[in-house]
Design a protein around this ligand. Structure first.
Ligand code: IVH
Length: 657
């Protein structure tokens, strides 16, 4: 083996190990940034040595080519659903039926598992490699979502079984973040994590699935071992993520206890469960009991009661976020939903209010799920004197102007010095994983902003001991600690600063890529939209937002002050000379099936190639889409190779992410 192929294999092995630690065992040893950097190193090596690339490399998780539609495929055996037990009595009925069918005195055990609230997915392996992933569909035939499933890191790309079935879920945290982003972008929000999981798995572009970070819990192994207990153990050994909370029960009392326990504790989990699945443990006994037309007789789903209650919308007020976006919040007549008093529910934006048709005074159905902010499901009854909500004309916090830009769902306070925005901005700057200023939480930031001690993030670095020590809940010791933490944050690397600035669409990853491409904040601030798009994964939307941020005089001033505070503005540039398209010149013409021209250009450049505007003898390839015009004639005349989008993506390395 050459040293390159050795290096590639070692990286793959390491990445697989870290994926397993992170996604299956929840025990990461690397930070996200270290993991990303290892992944990028592997990608770069594979790009430079396409002959060493393999289908099951961890880099394949970033998302393969977009598809035109999903192919329907028949399941190896039907994916049936389960009968429900809506309460304890129905669960006891199930137990009686099982005992009746098994016959007097026969010994048996149950296995109780959490019922994950997602969508089921069958994953097939051939020769130890992931070959096909199918959604449940109508139970008989499912949709082939293989490329998308490959991006889910708790589904091993290499594993020994024939087929595994399980549930794709969205974590509550990821769900909330996604909806926040969608609301801010004016996209419809997902009703719950299950819909978000379905929506993310059934998209044509795997890069979207990849960006959503779904999880997979496995619970069926085909062919099955003799017991369900054994199934769960083997799945775990094979590298699948198995719900850690399952229990082998010797009788119905143990089963009931497990169901009650998780009905109480469901909020403590990072993902949604909607019940407990109770299964007969022995497969031989399962087979004797068999199936009805629609469900097995040997299992039942004990469903938790829905967490919805009716209440009255007493008012709708707006909250101002970091980007100035106003979020309407329904103030509710307090209502207890399975033990938790709920008095507020998010309404996201004006479009959502319109979709729900909700007015102040209406009776609505409110749903609470876990730690997620409660939401209004629908209007149950209009109030006799209900009144429509109007977005305020002025910001409720600073009285500044409110603007709703064309095509945007969010109305925003455009005063960048609005205290509400400022507080959110400072909190984000100080947050863990951003500038990491421990001790700078809400209580402190509120006081700093309200007393005018901090008017922007640069002011944080000018704070003195005397400023802090007199604040509420601040002693000498904690003031000193906070100051030391502020000081330490001066050495945070550039990507963190970029993330901390709170530029729309620039999160951790984009910040990293921008820093690696430009190497200096000065360069990023001065770059045109076109230049910005040379950074990997930066498209027109992000470029425009970055440009707009740095064009704003207040922000320019801020940057200068941060420079004066000796923050770290430089970063090591990642050379991409070794990219798969290094040394090649491309010309683009016509319309491509998936990529926009800008996308194509960006990807070619990211892979080390050049894009030129006109065909000449120096052109290596003309990438021609539909309705290609004179450039195509010219290329033929000069005998320049003509390729299509698919071939281009292949040359880049297949990843459409
Ligand atoms: S076993 C034939 N186990 O719930 C038995 N299903 O309402 C196959 N589900 O279609 C299902 N968590 O999508 C099983 N631990 C679990 C589950 C589970 C969630 C889903 C699954 C099934 C539906 C039935």
């Amino acid at each position: 083996m050459s040293s390159i192929s050795q290096k590639i294999e070692t990286l793959r092995e390491q990445l697989r190990r870290h994926e397993h630690l992170y996604y299956v065992l929840d025990a990461p040893e690397l930070t996200d940034a270290e993991y990303d950097s290892m992944m990028r190193e592997l990608k770069a090596l594979e790009d430079a040595h396409p002959e060493l690339d393999t289908e099951d490399s961890p880099t394949r998780r970033v998302g393969g080519k977009p598809r035109e539609g999903f192919v329907k495929v028949q399941h190896s055996s039907p994916m049936l659903s389960l009968d429900n037990a809506m309460n304890e009595a129905e669960l006891r009925d199930f137990d009686r039926r099982v005992r009746g069918l098994l016959g007097d005195g026969e010994e048996f055990r149950y296995v109780a598992e959490l019922k994950f609230d997602g969508l089921s997915l069958a994953v097939h392996y051939r020769d130890g490699k992931l070959a096909q992933a199918l959604t449940r569909g109508d139970g008989t035939t499912g949709e082939d979502v293989t490329e998308n499933a490959k991006t889910i890191r708790s589904i091993p790309l290499r594993a020994p079984p024939e087929e595994v079935r399980g549930e794709v879920v969205f974590t509550k945290k990821a769900f909330e973040k996604l909806n926040e982003e969608r609301a801010a972008e004016g996209l419809p929000v997902f009703a719950n994590p299950r819909n978000a999981a379905a929506g993310s798995l059934r998209v044509l572009d795997p890069a979207i699935t990849a960006s959503r970070r779904l999880e997979y819990f496995a619970y069926v192994l085909i062919p099955p071992p003799p017991t369900q207990t054994e199934t769960l153990k083997q799945l775990k050994e094979m590298g699948f993520r198995v719900g850690t909370q399952w229990h082998s029960c010797s009788d119905i009392e143990a089963l009931v206890a497990f169901c009650k326990e998780w009905e109480e504790k469901r909020d403590s989990l990072p993902y949604e469960i909607d019940g407990v699945v109770c299964k007969l443990d022995s497969v031989a006994q399962q087979q004797r009991l068999g199936w009805t037309a629609k469900a097995p007789r040997w299992a039942i789903a004990y469903k938790f009661p829905p967490r919805q209650e009716e209440t009255v919308v007493e008012n709708i007020e707006v909250q101002v976020g970091r980007t100035g976006a106003l979020t309407p919040v329904a103030h509710l007549r307090p209502v207890s939903i399975s033990g938790v008093i709920v008095s507020r529910a998010t309404l996201h934006n004006e479009d959502e209010i319109e979709r729900l048709g909700v007015k102040i005074g209406d009776t609505v159905l409110v749903e609470r799920s876990g730690d997620v902010i409660p939401k209004v499901v629908r209007v149950v009854k209009q109030g006799t004197e209900s009144r429509a909500f109007r977005m305020p004309k002025a910001c409720p916090v600073c009285d500044g102007e409110i603007v709703r830009a064309e095509g945007e769902a969010a109305s925003r306070c455009i005063n960048i010095n609005c205290p509400a925005r400022l507080k959110e901005t400072i909190l984000h700057w100080a947050a863990r994983g951003v500038m990491d200023i421990d001790g700078m939480g809400e209580a402190l930031v509120d006081q700093l902003v309200d007393r005018g001690l901090v008017k922007n993030v640069a002011d944080v670095y000018a704070l003195k001991f005397d400023d802090l020590v007199n604040l509420e809940r601040m002693g000498e010791k904690s003031a000193q600690k906070v100051l030391a933490n502020i000081d330490r944050s001066r050495s945070a690397p550039l990507p963190r600063i970029l993330n901390g600035l709170g530029i729309s669409f620039v999160g951790e990853r984009t910040a990293q890529l921008l820093a690696e491409t430009f190497g200096d904040l000065k360069e990023i601030a001065a770059a045109t939209e076109e230049e910005l798009q040379q950074a990997e994964e930066v498209g027109p939307k992000v470029a425009q937002s970055v440009r707009k941020f740095f064009a704003e005089p207040h922000n320019q001033e801020l940057i200068e002050r941060l420079r004066g505070e000796k923050l770290c503005f430089t970063h090591e540039i990642k050379k991409r000379e070794g990219g798969p398209l290094a040394g090649l010149t491309f010309v683009l013409t016509g319309t491509f099936p998936n990529l926009t021209r800008d996308d194509a250009k960006q990807r070619i450049e990211a892979a080390g190639g050049k894009v030129s505007g006109s065909v000449s003898k120096k052109t290596n390839y003309l990438v021609a889409g539909e309705e290609a015009g004179s450039k195509l004639d010219k290329a033929r005349e000069l005998e320049v190779a003509v390729i299509d989008e698919a071939r281009l993506l292949e040359m880049i390395g297949g990843a459409a992410g």
